[in-house]
Design a protein around this ligand. Structure first.
Ligand code: HEC
Length: 137
């Protein structure tokens, strides 16, 4: 019994760690092409950038909300109590009347295409130049 406990606990911890590390992204049912237009029409880019990098990053795995279409949908709807006055920097509420479920799914599909791949430092000559100058002083 003592041995069982001794080995099963670390095993359990290890398995749980794997389960967390491999949180799977849910399926995509919307149309990314239409989602792109909606992303612009509804002003998402204003705060989240053209590539999902902005006031709050959405690209890559920066946002847990983006793991799942349903979670994303609920999140957009769940903010009615927070609905800020414009102009605002807060995340607005998006009720079904202004953004139907199908549109939300299209936007979700589009955001899932975002990849943040900044260039390496040596590939940005202006930045590298500044760093070289700083070094030579
Ligand atoms: C006026 C600025 C603004 C606009 C417009 C906006 N957002 Fe946001 N968004 C935010 C801010 C700020 C947050 C940070 C979290 C918060 O306020 O709860 C956020 C958070 C989020 C999150 C959750 C990220 C996380 O993991 O915390 C998602 C997803 C999201 N926005 C999607 C969208 C989509 C899709 C649109 C367009 C339909 C949109 N946002 C439009 C400002 C904005």
């Amino acid at each position: 019994m003592k041995n069982l406990l001794k080995w099963s606990l670390p095993g359990f911890v290890l398995l749980s760690a794997f389960a967390i590390a491999e949180l799977p992204y849910g399926p995509i049912s919307g149309d990314a092409k239409q989602g792109k237009q909606l992303y612009y029409d509804h002003g998402c880019y204003g705060c989240h950038g053209y590539e999902g990098i902005g006031r709050r990053d959405l690209a890559n795995d920066a946002s847990g909300i983006m793991l799942n279409e349903q979670v994303f949908l609920i999140y957009l709807r769940a903010r009615s109590d927070k609905s800020p006055e414009f102009p605002t920097q807060d995340m607005p509420n998006y009720p079904e009347s202004s953004l139907p479920d199908a549109a939300v799914k299209d936007i979700y599909a589009y955001i899932r295409t975002f990849k943040d791949e900044p260039p390496d430092m040596q590939d940005i000559p202006a930045l590298q130049g500044i760093l070289d100058d700083a070094k030579s002083d």
